[in-house]
Design a protein around this ligand. Sequence first.
Ligand code: DGJ
Length: 536
Amino acid sequence: MIEKLACAVAALCTLLPLLNTPVAADEMPRIVHKDGRHALLVDGHPYLILGAQMNNSSAWPRLLPLVWPAVEAIRANTLEAPIYWEQMEPTEGNFNFTNVDTLVQESRQHGVHLVLLWFGTWKNAGMSYAPEWIKKDRQRFPRVKNAQGLQTGALSVHSKPILMADSAAFAALMRHLKQIDGVRHTILMVQVENEPGIWGSERDYSEAAQKDFDGAVPPGLAAALSAKPGTWRQAFGDAAEANFSAYSAASYVEAVAAAGKAQFPLPLYVNAALYTPSTAAPKAGRDYSSGGPVPIEFAVWKFVAKSIDLLAPDIYMRDSDCLRTLDNYARPDNPLAVVEMSNDPYYAKYFFSVLGHGGIGFAPFGVDYTGYENYPLGSRETSDKSLAAFATNFRLIAPILRQVARLNFEGRLKTAVEEQNVKSQTLNFGGWQATVSFGLRQFGATSNPPGNPEADGRALVAQLGPEEFLVTGIGARVEFSRTGAGGKQFEYLRVEEIDNSKPDGPPLRLWNGDQTDYGLNFTQVPRVLRIKLLAY
Ligand code: DGJ
């Protein structure tokens, strides 16, 4: 009897932790928020998108053999691929899911996740991916008109039929994704449209748009933006056109997104064609795609587009413009995901900047070997060589991905990234400081860091405990010091290099001697250290 009871208790003890543990694999990908920080949870764990976005016309089954070698070369864990409305709904109401089915199947074979980009009403503020039956019927699907009354290459979102058609198509896509991926979670997020807005005109001047523009600003919006009630002009003065465009685009995207989310509630996002942050007074339609989710229209987008989980910047700007853009999009009310960035090797270092801003993902654009290059926005020739700097980042982070994503969500991670005139940076951890210097040789207590020839040094430091840190980097030296009132003395207690092939197992080796006497020096070889310091 006692034996039986002991067995039952033992069985219960083994079961209890299992019962308390959420069945992670059943969880949908979702974005969670805490204290103004964010995480993308995949199968219940914080995840980082180490991404690669293919060229626009590469998501065809027969082209994928030219995509996978590049995805492998860059060591992405997530592929970003467009879904073309024209391919998916060639005749009204008849859907062809061949492209997306092939993408999902091959992604599983290659062990990567997917982010899908819905090229619907908008692609770079134009309508080029709309099916022929929409392009040909200007009566039913009117175009945006400019101030001169000329039709443009964009669909007017002030007409109901186009909203109904796009919403129905997007809902059909999401319904299909639920059928094929409701359990496996290969697909992590979906981008709704691509760079919505209008180029070449501040707003739509079509008849329907004019009627809406002459009407009243929705009272809730006016209040949210602290504007006085009235017409768009009365409420916003010179900003009337820009805010009207933002409200129109955001309302349209929200309706399409809500229709899709009702079918399958994956995280959804919208990407922006940006103005350069240093532009004094950016003009809608000239400096950026009017109506898109750019920083000056955040309030409108956040008020309207409640089904959208995040607004994302497409970054083809370097140095301070890039960093200011990250500042603009990493907000308590907006998770930062740089789902499109130049694939010029210069931009690889910004992966660390994105992490340092609490970002949940990073993906260079134009990652495939189809032979198309968007130079000078991106690299001159996409190859294993041009992707190497991005691959080094991803190789470095892959073994510690979950840990890094979690530490970032908890606000315990900081990064330093070299700039042309920034050759050393200090990261503060309350009582401890990590000084990161760039371009120093590994041996010798040299000062005045010269910087790396390509200004591409980068480092990451995360606090694991009061005197314990995770440290890694490329082309960087990391040196700790104490800042607290309790004294300045300390020594390394233990410096472990983690085994990249078994990060949770015993360390590969301990660093000591020359390897720690002159700081912790990181070359191009991916190495991650777990260090314990001892203050005295
Ligand atoms: C931004 C767009 O979102 C991409 O699809 C692509 O067109 C790039 N611009 C330019 O290559």
